[in-house]
Design a protein around this ligand. Structure first.
Ligand code: ADP
Ligand code: MG
Length: 267
């Protein structure tokens, strides 16, 4: 199964992805997480460092695919999760879609692309141009991360439009929204009333999740030293279980921008 995680920058995609990946591995799945954000820190809490990107490795080998070994680009992360960082196109030039395409091509050449039960793509979502929508070409499910604010829901609605578009030619479904870093969900509820889609989970602001980023560890690793964090892991296990149950999902229909503005403002 292939899952694409999208959402506004800084909303918690990578944090959530890493923890979902470990949760899926705990459920017996062989998992590969592919960071598709030029920020290339998607897998940081799985490996504890910034692993070399596919693009860096390809450049260092002059794009000779045959000189690249799986261990050059696939790094072992916590809990048995394998990790890849696609890297980014040259700033101000190049295309994010090209980078994702090269990554998938290389993984196929290394016979790694079909070796996993789950591949999770962690993708930025502020700009969903054709390039950054590329992971949707491979995904069975999309999960959108949002908080209870206008900007993240606006990005979610743009991602929704991209899913609707891609679903015309690909067997892609939206699994649903994951609310993150919010104790309130009134705007999330308003949005899903107007644009029906499942809400998979809503996580509050949890100081230890912020700390996990600084420590370079997932919550599953931290719970080893701090058993009281078990309740946080349960959120991620619950998301993993919902994904593994292969939900029907939906092909969503986005709301026109002006309607979204009036829906989410008090004017
Ligand atoms: P993105 O990948 O969407 O850019 P990150 O996963 O890097 O975002 O998260 C941005 C910051 O928010 C990180 O420092 C992370 O630890 C923090 N964070 C994510 N989710 C939570 C949460 N539920 N509670 C507190 N901090 C969080
Ligand atoms: Mg990220």
């Amino acid at each position: 199964m292939k899952i694409a995680v999208y959402g506004k920058g800084g909303i918690g995609k990578s944090t959530t992805s890493c923890n979902i990946s470990v949760a899926l591995a705990r459920r017996g799945q062989k998992v590969l997480q592919i960071g598709c954000d030029p920020k290339h820190d998607s897998t940081f809490t799985l490996t504890g460092f910034l692993i070399p990107t596919i693009i860096d490795t390809l450049q260092s080998k002059d794009y000779h695919y045959e000189d690249i070994w799986p261990e050059d680009v696939i790094h072992k992360g916590y809990g048995g999760v394998d990790c890849v960082e696609a890297g980014g196109p040259p700033a101000g030039a190049g295309c994010g879609g090209y980078v994702v395409g090269e990554t998938v091509k290389l993984l196929k050449e290394l016979n790694a692309f079909y070796e996993y039960d789950i591949i999770l793509f962690d993708v930025l979502g502020d700009v969903v141009c054709g390039g950054f929508a590329a992971p949707l070409n491979y995904a069975d499910y999309c999960v959108i991360i949002t908080d209870n604010g206008f900007d993240a829901l606006f990005a979610a609605n743009r991602i929704t439009a991209s899913i609707r578009e891609k679903a015309r030619t690909h067997p892609l479904r939206l699994a649903g929204l994951v609310g993150n870093r919010t104790s309130r969900r009134d705007l999330i509820n308003k949005y899903v009333e107007a644009c029906p889609m499942p809400v998979i989970e809503v996580l509050p602001i949890i100081e230890d999740i912020r700390v996990s980023r600084v420590k370079g560890k997932t919550l599953f690793e931290m719970v080893g030293f701090e058993p009281s964090l078990n309740y946080v892991c349960q959120y991620y296990l619950d998301i993993a279980d919902q994904i593994l149950s292969q939900p029907e999902g939906i092909v969503p229909k986005e709301i026109p921008d002006r309607e979204l503005f009036s829906l989410l403002s008090d004017l």
